[in-house]
Structures are given as structure tokens and as C-alpha cells.
Design a protein around this ligand. Structure first.
Ligand SMILES: C[S@@+](CC[C@H](N)C(=O)[O-])C[C@H]1O[C@@H](n2cnc3c(N)ncnc32)[C@H](O)[C@@H]1O
Length: 264
């Protein structure tokens, strides 16, 4: 896979299927205590569904959305009010942020677990914030998707698939609350609060489950399998197992909440 392939998403499908992420994100946004004129960073903004909510909560404020995926940013550009002077979208890696003491606050949802170096990530975010600035974020954490990951690991180890996954490593970092608090403090954040909560999610049927898992959770796995018929076989095996769960087609999501401040 190309370097670009590692960062890309099917943004049209994500935009259509991301109801679970949007509902978790709306809960994160509801915790914000905003004046309404802040300059905020939406870190890993995706297709901008929650960036739009942030803009609405900031009648005199502005939002910068950053994301590594050009597809996601193109969809965000379509989704957000065209040419609004209050929103700017920038393609960049959260590990290389071009900001120093700029933002009043940082909001991020469902993105940080895709970044494997959290010490570097939170150092970058800390540097992007003004003194007194804050971060309110959520990502996958704790035992997130343990059942599905165990099943995917077992399939990856079978003779049919092992060859495709020789140098493969899971593309996520799921921290628990305690280790995440340590990471935030090491980066210089104060008033740190972290917690992990279950977010079980049930898909309606086999088709929805398969499309969701294929495009949103396991796309980096599937990208290792060259032939479509084998990719379909991989998904069919996981979907058949999910059909036997109680309730069927449920995903064992867990979310890690993160909060901190840059001392004055
Ligand atoms: C599951 S989507 C979440 C999008 C949006 N925040 C939401 O809640 O719907 C994760 C996003 O994080 C972005 N992302 C992952 N790693 C990144 C990195 N290192 N730098 C910038 N964005 C990154 C992905 O491109 C993707 O758009």
C-alpha cells in the first residue's frame, strides 16, 4: 500500500455511516462551556459533521479543522458552509501541527486512537494552545472492540490470510484512563481528567454490520488483502460470528474521555 493509502478513508461512506461517532461526539460537545467567540481546533475533523455543530456553538468564533485525509477534507468542504470565513480546513498530521500558542481550545472526537505516538500527539496539541487553553476530547480506549479484534486476530493467523499480514500491526492505540492521564500530564497539561466508558453499538443487520466494519473499523486490515473475493471472505467470517452474538451485530465500543488545561 502507498503512503497515501495509509491515511485515506472512504469519506462518503464514513459520512453516511458515522451516526455512532456523531452521537458520541455530540455528547462531548455538550460538555463545552463556551463564550461563543473562541478560536477552536477540531483535531481529526473527518467529514466535518461535528465541526458544523462547533461552528453553530460559536456565533462570533472560528474553527480550524485539521485532518490527514484529503478525502475527508474534501467531504468536510462540501458539508460545511461554503466559503464561511469562520471555518478553515487544513490537511496536516496531528503529529506535525503548524501552530504555536494559537487556540483557545481543542476538541477532538474519534480520532486520537488512530495516532500511535500519544506523547508526541499531546505535546503538539499542548503547543498549539494558548496559555490557559483547554482540551476536551474523546477517542477509543480501554478494551475498545476487544471481541472484534480477537476475532480479526484469529482470522489473520489462519493459513488463508497469514501471508497477507506478515508485517501487519493493529493501527490503533487504545489507552486506559490512567495511562492517558499520565500522557496528558507529561505533555504539560494540568487539571487532567480521564475516564473510560462503554458505548455498545448495535447494527441493524448483517449487511449494515459488514459495511460498517469493513469501511470504518477494519479498513486497514482489508487493505492488506489483494483480492476482493478474499476480502469478502474475511468480512463474511466476521459477520457470521457477529450474527451469533447477543444481541446480534453488536460492537463492543469503549470510549476514552480526555480533559486538561494549559497552565497560565
Ligand atoms: C473516525 S474519524 C473521526 C472524524 C470526526 N472527528 C468524527 O468524530 O466524526 C478519524 C479521523 O482522524 C483522522 N486522523 C487519523 N490520524 C490522523 C493524524 N495523524 N493526523 C490528522 N488526522 C488524523 C482520520 O483521517 C479521520 O478523518
Amino acid at each position: 500500500m502507498t503512503e497515501k493509502g495509509h491515511r485515506e478513508w472512504n469519506s462518503a461512506v464514513y459520512h453516511r455511516l458515522s451516526a455512532p461517532q456523531v452521537s458520541w461526539g455530540k455528547k462531548v460537545l455538550s460538555r463545552l462551556k463556551l463564550r461563543g467567540d473562541e478560536l477552536l481546533l477540531d483535531a481529526g475533523c473527518g467529514t466535518g459533521r461535528l465541526t458544523a455543530d462547533l461552528l453553530e456553538a460559536l456565533p462570533q468564533g472560528r474553527v480550524v479543522g485539521v485532518d490527514l485525509s484529503q478525502n475527508m477534507l474534501a467531504s468536510a468542504c462540501d458539508h460545511l458552509t461554503k466559503n464561511s470565513p469562520r471555518v478553515k480546513l487544513i490537511a496536516c498530521d496531528l503529529l506535525h501541527l503548524p501552530f504555536q500558542r494559537v487556540f483557545d481550545g481543542i476538541v477532538s472526537t474519534a480520532a486520537f486512537h488512530w495516532v500511535m505516538d500519544h506523547d508526541r500527539l499531546f505535546a503538539e496539541l499542548h503547543r498549539a494552545l494558548l496559555l490557559g487553553g483547554w482540551i476536551e476530547a474523546q477517542c477509543g480506549g480501554g478494551p475498545n472492540l476487544r471481541r472484534l479484534r480477537d476475532r480479526a486476530d484469529a482470522l489473520v493467523a489462519t493459513p488463508k490470510f497469514a501471508l497477507f499480514f506478515r508485517n501487519f500491526r493493529e493501527p490503533w492505540l487504545f489507552q486506559d484512563a490512567e495511562s492517558a492521564a499520565g500522557t496528558l500530564r507529561r505533555a504539560g497539561f494540568s487539571d487532567v481528567q480521564t475516564s473510560v466508558e462503554p458505548a455498545p453499538t448495535i447494527l441493524a443487520n448483517a449487511e449494515e454490520y459488514s459495511e460498517f466494519v469493513r469501511n470504518i473499523i477494519l479498513m486497514r486490515h482489508l487493505a492488506n488483502i489483494p483480492r476482493e473475493e478474499d476480502r469478502a471472505g474475511f468480512m463474511a467470517a466476521l459477520t457470521a460470528q457477529a450474527a451469533e452474538d447477543a444481541p446480534p451485530f453488536s460492537l463492543d465500543y469503549w470510549r476514552l474521555n480526555l480533559r486538561g488545561k494549559v497552565p497560565l
